[in-house]
Design a protein around this ligand. Structure first.
Ligand SMILES: *Cc1c(COP(=O)(O)O)cnc(C)c1O
Length: 352
């Protein structure tokens, strides 16, 4: 606390990111990074961009990357917005599109950055409870609201919602913006991007951090019809003209175009997830069905806090959240097979 703080700073509850430890020789399964990659073609493009041209500002409109993404979906580049990580895209979205008279709706168990943005921008929100099986029920969103945001698959449960349910939600709220945060969609979810043509109130957000193995580069994007994208551009150009630097632009375009790397490595993550889920069940865990690059699992008898601490002392980092229904769950990122084996060996030792 300081007398120099602006009033809003006193009321903030900042998001706490997963630990980025200094120590080596750990199995880092706590922040859903990709254990592979990034694409060698992305690294090559970044190396090439390390040149005298760094004295020049980057393209403030990230034209090349927007065009590459738009082309994949048969959209216009003006229907794509790029940000410094999808967290920045989301931040601009909250300010530009989700701040209305009526409260914003999102699940009671979801990405914990959402309430943080609400406090930063003074947005009223109402949490909608997941059902007994920890699923989003779109019928529960039939209430008056200013806008809706949800991740699909949801975080930290990993449970995906069928595209038909997303379409119902979008169709039932024609006067509200519905934002679908698809950070994990490439690991088994169904993207809502094909619905963008049909619905003017739908905004879909994705990231390069997980399925493209580029969390360190910081790139995310949103897809939507022109008026929604223009709102994001207006906020961005009132905040930072150049959120995407030259190295990032070069690397992200190359990563986007390396379809082969993307397909091979997401298949590896999905295969390891299947194997890990079965092994965890054999150790006495209840494992929620995951469409993401992590699993959310609770042991039948051992408290989550104890498990997390004992794993840590064995060099295995996982993420745990406080909160009524989820404090005994561990969110375990899908690592390499070797990392998952190390986790399983540690759990075997702890639970013996
Ligand atoms: C990881 C994540 C993001 C943010 O990713 P960036 O690294 O900022 O692109 C956004 N939403 C959800 C639900 C996430 O899990």
């Amino acid at each position: 606390m300081s007398r120099f703080w602006s009033p809003v700073v006193h009321s903030l509850i900042p998001y706490v990111a997963g630990e980025q430890p200094a120590m080596s020789d750990i199995a880092k399964l706590n922040t859903n990074e990709n254990p592979y990659g990034p694409s060698p073609l992305a690294l090559e493009a970044i190396s090439k961009a390390v040149s005298d041209t760094l004295r020049l500002y980057p393209d403030p409109t990230a034209r090349g990357l927007r065009a590459a993404i738009a082309a994949s979906y048969g959209l216009d580049k003006d229907e794509v917005f790029i940000g410094n990580g999808s967290d920045e895209v989301l931040a601009h979205t909250f300010q530009a599109l989700l701040n209305h008279e009526e409260p914003l709706l999102f699940p009671d168990i979801t990405y914990s950055f959402y309430p943080t943005y609400c406090r930063l921008y003074g947005i009223e929100f109402r949490e909608v409870a997941l059902d007994a099986r920890m699923r989003v029920r779109v019928a529960d969103y039939r209430q008056s609201c200013g806008a809706i945001i949800l991740p699909n698959p949801n975080a930290p449960t990993g449970i995906g919602l069928p595209i038909a349910d997303i379409e119902t939600l979008v169709r039932e709220h024609p006067e509200q913006v519905v934002v679908i945060d698809e950070a994990y969609v490439d690991f088994g979810g169904e993207s809502a991007i094909p619905l963008v043509r049909k619905y003017r109130n739908l905004l879909v957000v994705q990231t390069f951090s997980k399925s493209r193995g580029l969390a360190g580069l910081r790139v995310g994007f949103a897809v939507g019809q022109r008026p929604l994208i223009e709102a994001l551009e207006r906020v961005k150009d009132s905040f930072n003209s150049y959120p995407i630097d030259r190295l990032t632009l070069a690397g992200a375009i190359a990563a986007w175009e390396d379809r082969d790397w993307f397909e091979r490595h997401r298949a590896l993550v999905i295969a390891t997830r299947g194997r890990l889920g079965i092994a965890l069940q054999a150790l006495g865990f209840v494992v929620l069905p995951s469409s993401a690059n992590f699993v959310f699992a609770r042991h039948a008898s051992k408290p989550g806090a104890d498990l997390a601490a004992e794993l840590r002392s064995r060099g295995v980092l996982i993420r745990r959240f406080s909160g009524a229904r989820i404090s005994d769950f561990l969110r375990i990122s899908i690592g390499t097979d070797a990392e998952c084996d190390r986790l399983l060996a540690a759990l075997d030792d702890i639970l013996r």
